[in-house]
Design a protein around this ligand. Structure first.
Ligand code: NAP
Length: 258
C-alpha cells in the first residue's frame, strides 16, 4: 500500500460491492475494509490486500464510533437493494462523523411489453396477493430470510428457489430448490415448466444475474408479483461499481487537498 493511502469502509452484500472491491484493490492506493452482516455461510472471495470484517456495528451510533476510531476517510454502502436498515444507519453515522458517503444501488427492473406484474410494497402484501390469486404452484424467488409470511398461503403449492436452505420450521411444506444465479432464460423456462408454475414472486432486486426469470415469465405469459424496494435515505447514489470508483477517487482527492 502506498504511503498516505486513504482508508475506505465498504458495506458489502451486493454484486456491486464485490466488483468495487476488485476495482479498489487494482487501484493500489486505497486501504479497503469490506464489512458483511454475516448472514450467509459462503461469501464472494475478496482480492488480496482487502480486509474483511463480519457482523453488525451496533446501530448508527456503533458505526459512527467505528468510522471515528478507525479513521475511515469515506464510507461506501453497497448493501443489497432490499437492505432496509443499514443504508439509514450508514447515512446517519457518516454524516455525524463528517465522512463522505455513497450508496451503490443498481437500477430496478422495469416492465416491458407482455409483462403481467402486480406490484406490491412488502413481502406481507406479496403473500396476501399469492393467497388471493388462487394460483396453483407458485415460485418464490425472494431469498430465504423472509419466507414466514407465506406460511399463511394455504391454497398454493409453494416452490422456493434460494441460494442457502431456509431455517428448519420456516415454510416446511414448500419444495426447496437450491441454486445460485446467473440463470439463462432457457433454464428459467425449463424450471417454470418442470414445476408447472402459475405465478412467480420476486423482489425488484434489479441487475442481470436473476433477470432471466422475468423474461421467462413473459415468454410463458405468467403473472409476477413484484415486491418494490424499501425506502432509501437521500444522498449521493450511483448505480454501478465503476461509478462508485470514480466517486471514491474524487472524494479521497478532496480530503487529501483539505
Ligand atoms: P438490514 O435490515 O439493512 O440490516 C440489518 C442489520 O444487519 C443492520 O442494522 C446491521 O447491524 C447489520 N448489517 C447489515 N449489513 C451489514 C454489513 N454490510 N456489515 C455489517 N453489518 C451489517 O439488512 P438485511 O436485509 O437484514 O440484510 C443483511 C445483509 O444481507 C445486508 O448486508 C444485505 O446487503 C445482505 N442481503 C440482503 C438481502 C435482502 O433481500 N434483504 C438480499 C441479499 C443480501 P447493526 O445495526 O448492528 O450495525
Amino acid at each position: 500500500m502506498a504511503p498516505g493511502a486513504r482508508t475506505v469502509l465498504l458495506l458489502g452484500g451486493s454484486t456491486e460491492a464485490t466488483q468495487l472491491a476488485r476495482l479498489v484493490a487494482a487501484s493500489g492506493d486505497i486501504e479497503l475494509t469490506v464489512s458483511f452482516a454475516g448472514r450467509t455461510a459462503e461469501r464472494a472471495p475478496m482480492p488480496e490486500g482487502v480486509s474483511v470484517r463480519v457482523g453488525g456495528f451496533g446501530g448508527s451510533a456503533g458505526l459512527q464510533r467505528h468510522l471515528e476510531t478507525t479513521a475511515v476517510d469515506a464510507l461506501v454502502d453497497a448493501t443489497h437493494p432490499f437492505s432496509s436498515r443499514m443504508p439509514f444507519h450508514a447515512a446517519t453515522a457518516a454524516d455525524a462523523a463528517g465522512r463522505p458517503r455513497l450508496r451503490v444501488l443498481r437500477r430496478p427492473w422495469v416492465t416491458q411489453a407482455g409483462d403481467r406484474w402486480t406490484v406490491v410494497s412488502s413481502v406481507a402484501e406479496a403473500a396476501a396477493a399469492v393467497d388471493a390469486s388462487g394460483a396453483g404452484p407458485v415460485l418464490l424467488t425472494i431469498g430465504r430470510q423472509e419466507l414466514a409470511p407465506f406460511a399463511g398461503c394455504t391454497s398454493a403449492q409453494l416452490v422456493v428457489r434460494c441460494i442457502e436452505a431456509p431455517e428448519p420450521g420456516v415454510l416446511d411444506g414448500a419444495q426447496i430448490i437450491l441454486a445460485r444465479g446467473p440463470f439463462t432464460v432457457e433454464d428459467e423456462i425449463a424450471l417454470l415448466r418442470r414445476h408447472h408454475i402459475e405465478l412467480v414472486v420476486s423482489k425488484n432486486a434489479g441487475g442481470p444475474a436473476t433477470e432471466a426469470k422475468l423474461a421467462a415469465a413473459r415468454r410463458l405469459g405468467l403473472p409476477v408479483v413484484m415486491i418494490e424496494r424499501p425506502p432509501a435515505p437521500d444522498g449521493p447514489t450511483v448505480a454501478t461499481a465503476a461509478e462508485a470508483m470514480a466517486w471514491l477517487d474524487a472524494a479521497l482527492l478532496e480530503r487529501v487537498s483539505r
